[in-house]
Design a protein around this ligand. Structure first.
Ligand code: PLP
Length: 470
């Protein structure tokens, strides 16, 4: 296939995309296939000679699509939203046609400068003060890794990159048990080690780190010869939306001189609504903040915005400048590859620019507000339905519940059977998590095309299926 053939194929793909999205409501949300079903239909080796593109597309339709779970389905209530607004999909089509590597300013000045501008649009919309500089990373996991490496190097006065960690005191990082597993992995990869990720107990319904326990842990560690390096907070943990109290946490961090990273991967984009900004009040004192426009906001995956109060500590940690990457004769430029672990960078700013312009902040705010309102309504309806318990109250659009009729001994087993029965039914898709040892069902409303009637369908499906299982 060449670019001349692409003319028609590309138009067909646009038609296919519109038809696919129009058909989503009629498809089961979660793939209804068994392990190995798809693999068994695929030849064991690659073809030696070219195949017609028509055959490949036919296999996409008949062999691949039946095995897809539809993340853009309006009744996708599992995990977290991974919205791809049509305008951001359009932007990605242009990005993949241009296919530029945007690692240095000079490898695509427009990509760099658009990234600077769109990140600053986001900063303002989120209510972060001037001075925070943003960069687009491929994922929150990468941003968190970059932040953990920065807290490590800052604590070691940048000797870790040079000498390794063996001649230095053991570093310590503090977080609650509500944080995402990407934090554990960043701690492993950075060489700090899981044993030095100190879990601070949480208090209250928002499951925030207990600031006095945090202070006590740091004091104890210093006395024992450890080197405290940083604190990782979460605003909207993935499980049930655990949220740290920024003010009390920053008080400790500042008194102890520790680097702070805030993981607000899914919930953070809701802060474009001023009425939710109280949730992370104090965040302006953090060193590093990550949130994902590729989740709720509608930017096609991947698009993570990472805000730094002082990017120079991050750049000092991650920048390497071999001769072939030097940009002689240019000053006052940013090479964003020095802000992230991977060198190569896609042109991610374009879809964020398209999205923010085509929907406007008000358009995006009203989507988020609807989801929050609908999730709250559903939680109230379930709480008022006999035998249902809301276990964790809505944190924005996420809550958890379970079905707990009297006389059932093994409620965890019932919860799992209910999750499976609902997902096999196919009209909605939900997932489970554990809260204080108990299995619960998570519900999050966040799909770009979700309407209130889809939430009503969720209520009907849940309350219809649950009684059939006891
Ligand atoms: C989804 C999520 C992550 C991981 O995000 P990626 O961009 O997939 O790496 C991290 N933290 C929280 C709280 C999340 O919800």
């Amino acid at each position: 296939m060449d670019w001349e053939d692409f003319r028609q194929r590309g138009k067909d793909a646009a038609d296919w995309a519109a038809d696919y999205h129009a058909s989503l409501r009629d498809r089961p949300v979660r793939a209804q296939t068994r392990p190995g079903d798809i693999l068994a239909q695929l030849p064991a080796s690659a073809p030696e000679t070219a195949e017609p593109v028509g055959d490949i597309l036919s296999d996409l339709e008949h062999k691949i699509m039946p095995g897809m779970t539809h993340w853009q389905h309006p009744r996708f209530f599992a995990y977290f939203p991974a919205n791809a607004a049509p305008v951001s999909v359009l932007a990605e089509s242009y990005v993949s046609a241009i296919a530029a590597q945007c690692m240095l300013w000079q490898t695509s000045p427009a990509a760099t400068e658009l990234e600077t501008r769109t990140c600053d649009w986001m900063r303002q919309a989120l209510g972060l003060p001037e001075g925070f500089a943003g960069v687009i990373q491929d994922s929150a996991s990468s941003a968190t890794l970059a932040a953990v490496l920065t807290m490590r190097e800052r604590a070691l006065d940048w000797a870790g990159n040079r000498d390794g960690l063996s001649d230095h005191p053991r570093l310590r990082v503090y977080a609650s048990a509500e944080v995402h597993t990407s934090i554990d992995r960043a701690i492993w990869i950075s060489g700090i080690g899981e044993a030095n990720l100190v879990r601070i107990p949480t208090t209250g319904p928002s499951r925030a780190m207990d600031a006095s326990a945090l202070q006590a842990a740091i004091t104890r560690d210093r006395a024992a010869g450890y080197l405290p390096a940083g604190i990782i907070a979460c605003i909207g943990g993935t499980g049930v939306g655990g949220t740290d109290d920024m003010t009390s946490l920053m008080d400790v961090a500042e008194a102890e001189g520790l680097y702070t990273h805030v993981d607000a991967a899914w919930a953070g984009v809701a802060m474009i609504c001023p009425e939710y900004q109280h949730i992370w009040h104090g965040v302006e004192r953090a060193d590093s903040i990550v949130l994902n426009p590729h989740k709720w906001l509608g930017a096609q995956f991947d698009c993570t915005t990472h805000f730094l109060r002082d990017p120079s500590t991050l750049v000092k940690t991650l920048a390497i400048q071999p001769e072939y990457l030097k940009t002689h004769g240019t000053t006052g430029i940013i090479n964003y590859s020095e802000w992230s672990v991977p060198l190569g960078r896609r042109f991610r700013a374009l879809k964020l620019w398209f999205l923010l312009r085509a929907h406007g902040l008000e358009g995006l705010r009203s989507m988020i507000r609807n989801h929050v309102t609908w999730a709250e309504k559903l939680a109230t309806r379930l709480a008022n339905t006999p035998d249902f318990e809301v276990v964790t109250k809505p944190m924005l659009s996420l809550f958890s519940f379970r079905y707990a009729p009297k006389g059932v001994e093994d409620l965890d087993d019932l919860t799992l059977r209910l999750v499976n029965a609902i997902n096999n039914d196919g009209r909605i898709y939900i997932t489970q998590t554990r809260v204080d040892g108990t299995l619960v069902i998570r519900f999050q409303a966040g799909a770009f095309t979700c309407e209130e009637k889809d939430i009503d369908t969720a209520f009907d499906v849940i309350t219809e299926i649950a009684p059939t299982l006891v």
